[in-house]
Design a protein around this ligand. Structure first.
Ligand code: 5GP
Length: 185
């Protein structure tokens, strides 16, 4: 386990099993159709690449990068830093997220992508933290529902690091304090 972690919340084995199950469900639900996975960068990267390998129907991969407007608290006002490369009109679109927390980011994504007239639009998230929800989000595929803890690993970061960990863990308070503004310390 990484020295900055308090505990491992979800092991590599449990992640692999859950991602395989999600892939099987998605393969069955979209059988005979082409599914467009829309990943939300950067958190989606590890999850989406593993998930895509378990999908047996034709699959397109596209990405968006979003950023909340500056300010201490999430307002739900989101800026698009990187937009989709391809049109999604008349396509079956599945948004792939690392975690849904307040739901404000995902709510924005849904409203934005709906205006592009996809044939269908669904959400797949690895982690769901429903206790902090501020906006309702209709999630179709969930890997794990977790408590209100700040987690890192398997795509999730703190200050840009820990994304490469093959498991998901809870960061120690001391690690947060020690890092200050320099993640590469
Ligand atoms: P929401 O708009 O749902 O509040 O925010 C979702 C985003 O907040 C996620 O994509 C992620 O970047 C960040 N986030 C929320 N909870 C956590 C967490 O426990 N750990 C990390 N690393 N990021 C989180």
């Amino acid at each position: 386990m990484h020295k900055d972690l308090e505990e491992i919340l979800i092991s590599k084995q449990d992640l692999e099993a859950s991602v395989a199950k999600l892939g099987a469900r998605i393969s069955a639900d979209y059988a005979g159709r082409c599914v467009t996975l829309v990943g939300v960068l950067k958190g989606c990267v590890l999850f989406m690449s593993d998930l895509a390998k378990h999908i047996t129907t034709d699959t397109r991969l596209d990405f968006m990068m979003l950023s909340s407007y500056a300010g201490e608290h999430s307002t739900g006002v989101v800026r698009i830093l990187l937009d989709l490369k391809e049109s999604i009109e008349d396509c079956d679109v599945l948004i792939v997220e690392d975690i849904v927390d307040s739901g404000l980011t995902m709510n924005y994504m849904l409203q934005n992508l709906k205006t592009r007239r996809p044939r269908s639009l669904e959400i797949c998230t690895l982690l769901d933290k429903p206790s902090r929800r501020k906006a309702p989000v209709p999630i179709k595929y969930t890997g794990f529902t977790i408590e209100d803890k700040f987690v890192v690993g398997y795509g999730l970061d703190y200050n840009g690091i820990y994304r490469n960990l093959p498991y998901i863990g809870v960061l120690k308070k001391s690690a947060v304090e020690a890092q200050g503004n320099n993640p590469c310390r």
